[in-house]
Design a protein around this ligand. Structure first.
Ligand code: PLP
Length: 388
């Protein structure tokens, strides 16, 4: 009897499984350590100590002071908070604009739209055909009437990396607060708030082996900030609400592991990604790898095959036990071309063919071999059906 092969998960940019070490670190907080960190009795003090320790551990991972770490529910909340809270705190001081890029996650773009809705100005920077921010556009748009500039570190659809330390430095020279969405960057690129002059940085737990529903925002000391959530003194009044302690501990644990393993993880994923890319391009010479001409984080491979569409490809891959995505998770299932690929100037038909394969620690070379074998066959089948 032929044994069914286990499914291959190639959607690590959408989410990752919770790591065993993270789960174990969280476990006591679902049991005996259930106290509320704001309570003054022994249960509360125990919880407070765990919260403080987790904050310190995450701060160390970011090169930050513990009081610069604000825990929240997810990357989306961090992005919304960074843009809206900065702008609302600054709008009366003559800084009424926010600047961002067309390739941001919708969490940033929607927050920038909200700024425009509330009477501010939203400016979108130019990017080149790889999705890299055009320097001249940054210098032109980031002026002394800007409250916050927000540029993502690593793009979730293409993996393209922006030179965040340099952009943050240029913003700083203009007195403009700088936010970066580091949801896909944390654990991939080196992040250090001591040497890199960003003012705000958002991360999300479920991209690095912590559960869904936990994230954090780095807020540099002295940064103007108007809270989004009010009604309690938690987190020094920056985010009211009883802390999700178990998940906070999980995030700190996952972050430490991600930082410790970062370089090794980069090497391993880069090797797998590059090998799969080479094998697919050899088998399908007219396939297009998006952002191939720029520096990319190694966990993302976004490939379009002319004459196919990603909805059918994703379904066919899924039937063969291979889980990929058509772009960001919230867009999968939609036939609207990705706003990221559109911003790169990719034609709609090619954008609608894009399949994103994203690697994580759970993947192996055997996964690469199987995808390299299956994917070209599915392409040939799709093309022959289209020709019939
Ligand atoms: N920013 C980027 C670049 C992302 O990839 C994602 C999730 O896909 C988010 C923000 C949103 O994070 P979360 O799912 O934690 O809300």
């Amino acid at each position: 009897m032929v044994m069914a092969q286990p499914p291959i998960y190639l959607d690590n940019a959408a989410t990752t499984p919770v790591r065993e070490e993270v789960f174990e670190a969280m476990r006591p907080f679902f049991g005996p350590k259930f106290g509320n960190p704001s309570s003054i009795h022994s249960f509360g003090r125990e919880a407070r100590a765990a919260l403080d320790e987790a904050r310190e551990r995450l701060a160390t991972c970011l090169g930050a002071h513990p009081d610069e770490v604000s825990f929240n529910s997810c990357g989306t909340e961090g992005d919304n908070t960074a843009v809206l809270c900065l702008w609302r705190a600054m709008r009366d001081s003559g800084r009424n604009a926010v600047v961002t890029t067309p390739i941001e996650h919708k969490a940033v773009l929607a927050a920038a739209h909200e700024v425009a809705h509330e009477g501010g100005e939203e400016r979108i920077l130019d990017v080149d055909s790889n999705g890299v921010v055009v320097d001249a556009s940054f210098d032109e748009q980031v002026r002394d009437d800007v409250a916050v500039a927000s540029v993502m570190w690593v793009n979730n659809e293409t993996g393209v990396i922006q030179d965040i330390p340099a952009l943050a430095q240029r913003a700083k020279q203009r007195g403009v607060a700088f936010h970066t969405d580091a949801v896909q960057a944390f654990g991939k690129v080196a992040i250090d708030a001591r040497t890199q002059p960003f003012d705000l940085l958002s991360i999300s737990g479920h991209k690095i082996g912590a559960p869904k529903g936990i994230g954090a925002l780095f807020i540099r000391r002295g940064t103007a900030f108007e809270p989004l959530i009010r009604g309690g003194s938690q987190d020094r009044g920056r985010r009211a609400g009883t802390e999700n302690l178990a998940y906070v501990v999980g995030l700190a644990t996952a972050a430490e592991l991600a930082v410790a393993e970062r370089e090794q993880h980069w090497k391993e994923t880069e090797h797998m990604r590059d090998r799969l890319q080479a094998l697919l391009l050899a088998a399908i010479p007219d396939a297009v790898v998006h952002s191939r001409g720029a520096q990319r984080a190694p966990h993302v491979l976004n490939i379009s095959v002319p004459g196919t569409d990603n909805e059918s490809m994703l379904m066919a891959l899924d039937l063969r036990g291979i889980a990929c995505s058509g772009g960001s998770a919230c867009q999968s299932g939609s036939v609207t071309p990705s706003h990221v690929l559109s911003a790169l100037g990719v034609a709609p038909a090619l954008a609608n063919a894009a399949v994103r394969m994203s690697f994580g620690p759970i993947n192996t070379e055997a996964d690469v071999d199987r995808v390299a074998e299956v994917f070209p066959k599915l392409v040939a089948k799709a093309r022959s059906m289209a020709a019939a």
